[in-house]
Design a protein around this ligand. Structure first.
Ligand code: HPA
Ligand code: ZN
Length: 326
């Protein structure tokens, strides 16, 4: 088959990747040992067998527990270097990497430890393999507005190492409006804005992300298909959706991958992209997301080109970089 070969070989940007979600079980064990921590799992296989999720929250509990082995700047550096090397093999030319500082600062890890480690990894990867990468700070939506403001304050001195901010964690019960004032402040600071919305939550949360937060992209957004007026707006304004097929499957948003609505989104003219979300937990990096969703839903070569184009168009890379990719 020539389609899987094309999907793997085509240049792409990855716009929805949580760096803590690239923490492979082997690295969890290696970092636990390096940092003198005891894990509640006897082996890599035992840990991996805990990766059976029923919804977003059941995943988040395991994901935050895994991230607790990250303590030192070198840990964040090693994590991001490993991801960027893996992404380069999938023909990712540009990655916009989410990180969750609150899950680290809550454990006593300093903001600068996190950001400096990740930033140094991005710089070294660029020098060595040419991949470009940018960092997006995500606020945890299950925490308070005050905690988000405090996090933004802590990131102030590191402002030039961050391209934008996002919003992630438990969606239901935490509508975007909760963070309207935080995002307004981020906008004043010149940060680019994205938010998870419509992963499990209703179309109203996508409207909220657009109107209350003024985001430029929607992370996931697959629930938009239940609202025709929203679909028209997303298409008309070319608001990108960073779709994550294997994540949606593993978290039971679509119990079967064949039920995924990526084709419906693309055929309605939306600027959808394909991404891996948390590949260490969901069974595949970005090329695996492409090949599996194409095989399961019958997408075509035309869709492949559209997805690759959309990923570069929706990225926050500078105009010089975008010109170089043409
Ligand atoms: N949704 C919300 N929060 C997250 C996700 C996700 O898919 N991955 C990591 N944090
Ligand atoms: Zn995500």
């Amino acid at each position: 088959e020539r389609l899987p070969g094309l999907l793997r070989a085509m240049p792409k940007a990855e716009l929805h990747i949580h760096i803590e979600g690239t923490l492979e079980p082997e690295m969890i064990f290696a970092l636990a040992q390096r940092n003198g921590l005891r894990l509640p799992y006897a082996s890599v296989q035992e840990l991996r067998s805990a990766y059976a999720f029923s919804n977003l929250q059941s995943f988040l509990d395991v994901y935050y527990a895994g991230a607790s082995v990250l303590l030192h700047e070198q840990d964040f550096y090693d994590l991001a270097r490993a991801y960027l090397a893996r992404a380069a093999r999938d023909k990712v030319l540009h990655a916009e990497i989410f990180f969750d500082p609150q899950t680290h600062t809550a454990r006593g890890v300093a903001m600068e430890t996190v950001v400096n480690g990740l930033h140094r990894a991005c710089a070294d990867a660029r020098t060595e393999s040419g991949i470009s990468a940018a960092l997006i700070l995500c606020f945890l939506r299950h925490l308070s507005e005050a905690s988000a403001f405090e996090t933004l304050e802590q990131a102030g001195p590191l402002r030039d190492r961050i391209v934008g901010v996002g919003l992630d964690s438990s969606e239901q019960g935490h509508p975007p409006e909760k963070f309207a004032r935080v995002f307004a402040r981020c906008r004043e600071l010149g940060l680019r804005l994205v938010a998870h919305a419509g992963e499990e939550g209703p179309p109203a949360y996508i409207w909220g992300a657009l109107d209350a937060l003024k985001v430029e992209r929607i992370d996931h957004g697959v629930q938009a298909v239940h609202d025709a007026a929203l679909m028209r707006r997303l298409a008309q304004e070319r608001i990108a959706l960073t779709v994550c097929p294997l994540s949606n499957h593993r978290l039971r948003v679509f119990p079967e991958l064949a039920q995924h609505n990526l084709r419906q989104l693309l055929d309605a003219g939306l600027a959808a992209t394909v991404n891996s979300d948390d590949p260490a937990y969901f069974g595949g990096y970005v090329n695996e997301n492409f090949t599996q969703v194409f095989a399961a839903t019958g997408l075509t070569v035309r869709h492949a080109y559209q997805l690759a184009f959309n990923s570069f168009e929706a990225s926050f890379a500078g105009t010089a970089e975008k010109r170089a990719w043409e």
